[in-house]
Design a protein around this ligand. Structure first.
Ligand SMILES: C[S@@+](CC[C@H](N)C(=O)[O-])C[C@H]1O[C@@H](n2cnc3c(N)ncnc32)[C@H](O)[C@@H]1O
Length: 273
C-alpha cells in the first residue's frame, strides 16, 4: 500500500534559528542561509528522474550494501513504525519493512510500516514503483526535516540516509528526530564522510571530484548538481563532531560505524525519555 500525502511543494522557509549565521555552505559556495533550502531543492528536482541509476553508477552498487548493513544494525521488528526522513525514492523504507517481514514470518506479529518523508515531491514521485512497493505499508509525505509534520513520540525508528548534509539547520532536524521518536526509539543516520586514512582520502577525493561530476553530466545531463553533492560531503562534519551534535540533541549512546574505510558512516543513537 502507498499513499502520497501532502504532495504539494511545501515552500517551507528555512528555519535558521540554530544555523545562526547569515551565510552557510552550499558545497564549496557560501550562500545566504535563507537560500540554501531552495538551492538544494533545485539540485534534487534536477536529479530525481535519474537518481537511482546515478546512485548505482557513482558507488558501483555499493550504496545498496551500505543500506543493507545499516538496516541489519537497526534490526527492524514486526509492528514497528519507521520514519525515513529525506527518504527520496524509498530505498531505506522498503528495506526496513521487508526486514521486519522476515522476522514476522518466523515469529508472527503485525507488519511494520514506514513513512517516507522528503522535502522534494519530485523525489517522492520518482520513487513510486508499484512493483517494488507491492505488499509494503508505505506512506509518502512531503515535509522538511527541520519542522517535521508529525506529532510527538510517533515512531519506533527514524532514519535519514544521505540526507542530513543537505539540511540547512541540522541541529533543528536532530531535535525534530528526537521529538517524533517514542522513548526507547532509535535514530540511524547514514552519510558520506571523509575517510580518516590519508591515502584512501586522496584516492577517494580524486575519484569523487574527477569522476562523479562527469558521470552526472553523462547519465543525468547535470554536472553541476553532482559537483555540489561531492562538495557537500567535504563540508560535512567529521564523525566525532556529528556524534556530539546527536548527543547535544538528546540522543543517548550516540556512536558510529565506518563502512568502506570511512567513505560512509552509520551513526546511531537512542531516545531514552
Ligand atoms: C541524496 S538524497 C537521499 C535519498 C535517499 N535517502 C537515499 O538514500 O537514496 C537526499 C534527499 O534529501 C532530501 N532533502 C534535502 N533537504 C531536505 C530537508 N530539509 N528535509 C527533508 N528532505 C530533504 C532531498 O530532496 C533528497 O531526496
Amino acid at each position: 500500500m502507498f499513499a502520497l500525502a501532502n504532495a504539494t511543494r511545501p515552500h517551507i522557509a528555512a528555519r535558521v534559528s540554530d544555523a545562526r549565521k547569515d551565510t552557510i555552505d552550499f558545497g564549496f559556495e557560501e550562500v545566504r542561509t535563507a537560500d540554501k533550502q531552495e538551492r538544494v531543492r533545485q539540485v534534487f528536482d534536477s536529479v530525481a528522474r535519474d537518481y537511482d541509476r546515478m546512485n548505482d553508477a557513482m558507488s558501483a552498487g555499493l550504496h545498496r550494501v551500505w543500506k543493507d548493513m545499516a538496516i541489519t544494525k537497526l534490526n527492524p521488528q514486526p509492528g514497528e513504525r519507521l520514519l525515513d526522513v529525506a527518504g527520496g525514492t524509498g530505498d531505506i523504507a522498503r528495506r526496513f519493512v521487508r526486514a521486519a517481514d522476515k522476522v514476522r514470518r518466523r515469529r508472527g506479529g503485525a507488519p511494520a510500516r514506514a513513512v517516507i518523508c522528503d522535502i522534494n515531491d519530485e523525489m517522492l514521485l520518482a520513487g513510486i514503483d508499484p512493483r517494488k512497493d507491492s505488499g509494503l505499508d508505505l506512506t509518502r509525505v512531503c515535509g522538511n526535516a527541520e519542522a517535521l509534520p508529525f506529532g510527538d513520540a510517533q515512531f519506533d525508528a527514524v532514519t535519514i540516509a544521505y540526507g542530513i548534509r543537505n539540511v540547512t539547520d541540522r541541529r533543528a532536524a536532530l531535535r525534530e528526530f528526537h521529538r517524533v521518536l517514542k522513548p526507547g526509539g532509535r535514530l540511524g543516520v547514514l552519510e558520506f564522510t571523509t575517510p580518516p586514512e590519508p591515502l584512501i582520502r586522496k584516492a577517494y577525493d580524486a575519484y569523487s571530484f574527477a569522476v562523479i561530476p562527469r558521470l552526472g553530466g553523462a547519465i543525468a545531463g547535470d554536472r553541476d548538481s553532482y559537483r555540489y553533492l561531492v562538495e557537500s560531503i567535504r563540508r560535512f562534519p567529521k564523525q566525532d563532531q556529528f556524534a556530539q551534535m546527536m548527543r547535544d540533541a538528546g540522543f543517548a549512546g550516540a556512536n558510529w560505524t565506518d563502512y568502506s574505510a570511512g567513505v560512509t558512516a552509520f551513526h546511531t543513537g537512542w531516545k531514552i525519555a
